[in-house]
Write a protein of this length. Structure first.
Length: 231
């Protein structure tokens, strides 16, 4: 037995600040897995693309923003372009759902048309980052994909589906008695022009002294629908 007295090691309690740090570590929510983690990556990428510019963002920066290693990011997405495509597809699917929800509460085909047009504009203004990524710098905008609207709806990519769903709602309104001058395909393109122009200008030129927004959009809607609809 060693005769030298061994110093007794006291177990110290964590200080107040250290204790709070430990508690935060214990209750901190773990990052998601699978689809949940995929959604976290897309949310982080949307924020980074919008703030830094798509061309400047690297996959290393994306991985860091999402709390992943670069190798971990590649488990879900192989390239930056693939991430942008997923953001655009997600946005188009959400836009399609907005169209359906808008017309579902309408009490007449005239009201349905008004709600449909306004739903496009409201969606874009409520999601400016996603809208600009989807309609300005998406892979489809940079390298256009040939559209074949003759294919079944379920066989179309999300961007075509949102466009066709808008058209299909116009066709249904026509069957309910609403007379629209141009054919449905031309009519939806006209309305898409109007909606996209309104959203893009209000987002990118927000400093311009526009008229009061509700008054401006109400007047735009009345003017366009009056020109499209046959009395």
């Amino acid at each position: 037995m060693n005769s030298a007295a061994q110093p007794r090691q006291e177990r110290t309690r964590p200080s107040g600040m250290a204790k709070k740090t430990i508690e935060r570590q214990v209750v901190r929510k773990a990052r998601g897995f699978g689809q949940e983690r995929r959604g976290e990556i897309l949310a982080a990428a949307t924020e980074l693309f919008a703030s830094e510019g798509y061309g400047r963002v690297t996959t290393r920066a994306l991985a860091q923003k999402a709390g992943l290693s670069q190798t971990g990011l590649y488990v879900y997405f192989k390239t930056k372009e693939e991430i942008l495509r997923a953001i655009c597809d997600q946005t188009h699917d959400a836009l399609t759902a907005e169209f359906d929800a808008a017309v579902a509460t309408a009490r007449s085909p005239e009201e349905a048309l008004s709600k449909l047009v306004r739903s496009y504009i409201n969606f874009g203004l409520a999601h400016p980052a996603e809208y600009q990524l989807t309609f300005t710098i998406s892979p489809d905008a940079l390298a256009p994909i040939e559209k074949d609207f003759s294919q079944p709806f379920d066989a179309q990519e999300p961007g075509a589906r949102s466009f066709l769903r808008f058209r299909d709602h116009l066709v249904r309104m026509g069957k309910q008695g609403l007379k629209i001058g141009p054919d449905p395909m031309t009519a939806v393109q006209i309305l898409w022009f109007v909606g996209h122009g309104a959203v893009s200008l209000l987002i990118s030129r927000s400093h311009f002294p526009w008229s009061e927004r509700k008054r401006l959009l109400d007047s735009l809607e009345r003017f366009v629908l009056a020109g499209l609809c046959v009395p």
